[in-house]
Design a protein. Structure first.
Length: 328
């Protein structure tokens, strides 16, 4: 995995990718190699006022499975022809091309977003749409992933996209390990709204965090929106508004997402039957779990388990017994 940098580079967008893909953690096995490159190797200025040393040029893209563009300053600035051609060549070779925030402008200049949905920071969606009318700019999502090309909104949405890619590559359980190490909240789906307008500041006693923790620990019980509202001491209507303001989704959709996440982890880490998993996560039956799985993930629980499940452990073998001496 290679991050393509450009002066002045935003340290935050680069850190989003480096923290998810490049940080070595004692309790999480490393499954990616991460490096950076630039059109011109050497000291590269950043938006924070210091320079970072980049030792690789565009040739690094020739072997990358994934190329990340962690922002591009200023937004909409023309990318050098050598950069856009290197991105096209990497894409033709089969590499996944990922843009965080304003990196989407470079993908658009390379023609990789033509006829496709894409997003960027809400401040720049209008500029992206007007500059590239062939791109279907969606200003109301956190990220868009087409498999070979992906774009994200700004700041925290870049982390959301990176964790989404880890989930796609190695499953929900592995992505959850990384998220826990980063002390992150539950996974956010790409379809959630960007926060282009700020809601009224919530008072401390109105925080959703205790409710989310309470609900996540009781997925196998009969949780309904009415029960969530009762536990929070709110009306169902007020609770729905709080979810929209703080999480960009409804209580019901949030709850379904957590149940599917829990099902994915059980499929990866246990050999429990699908019926038992459906009961444990509160989806009632294997039929319902399969229907929800296909609708939201485009696959079946069985296929998901075969792809991401841990290999079965071989039974321990007893050491060979010493032959008994012949009787006298």
């Amino acid at each position: 995995m290679v991050a393509l940098l450009n002066p002045p580079q935003s340290p935050f967008e680069l850190a989003c990718a480096a923290e998810v893909f490049g940080t070595v953690r004692q309790d999480v096995p490393a499954r990616y190699t991460f490096r950076v490159c630039a059109e011109h190797p050497g000291p590269l200025p950043t938006t924070a006022g210091y320079a970072m040393l980049v030792d690789a040029g565009l040739a690094a893209l020739e072997e990358a499975d994934t190329v990340i563009i962690p922002g591009w300053q200023p937004a909409g600035a023309p990318a050098p022809p050598a950069v856009t051609e290197a991105l096209r060549a990497a894409h033709r070779r089969g590499a996944r091309i990922v843009a965080i925030c304003t990196g989407a402008f470079v993908l658009a200049q390379a023609g990789l977003l033509d006829g496709r949905r894409a997003t960027t920071h809400w401040r720049h969606t209008g500029l992206l749409a007007s500059g590239f009318p062939e791109v279907q700019v969606d200003p109301d999502v956190l990220y868009v992933d087409h498999g070979d090309v992906a774009t994200s909104a700004g700041t925290g949405a870049g982390i959301d996209l990176c964790l989404h890619l880890v989930r796609s590559d190695h499953g929900a359980a592995y992505a959850a390990q990384i998220a826990r190490n980063m002390v992150l909240p539950p996974h956010r789906e790409g379809s959630q709204l960007q926060y282009a307008t700020l809601p009224e500041p919530a008072r401390a006693d109105e925080s959703l965090a205790p409710l989310l923790e309470w609900a996540a620990s009781r997925l196998g019980t009969r949780l309904t929106v009415a029960r969530l509202a009762e536990h929070a001491g709110l009306s169902s209507r007020t609770l729905a508004r709080r979810f929209t303001e703080q999480l960009g989704t409804s209580p019901g959709q949030w709850l379904l997402g957590r149940r599917l996440d829990a099902a994915r982890v059980l499929l990866e880490r246990t050999d429990l039957p699908v019926e038992s998993i459906a009961t444990r996560v509160g989806l009632a039956s294997a039929v319902n779990l399969r229907r929800r799985f296909r609708a939201h993930l485009g696959t079946t629980p069985g296929t998901y388990r075969r792809t991401f499940g841990e290999p079965p452990r071989e039974p321990a073998r007893e050491p060979p017994r010493e032959p008994r001496p012949a009787g006298r």
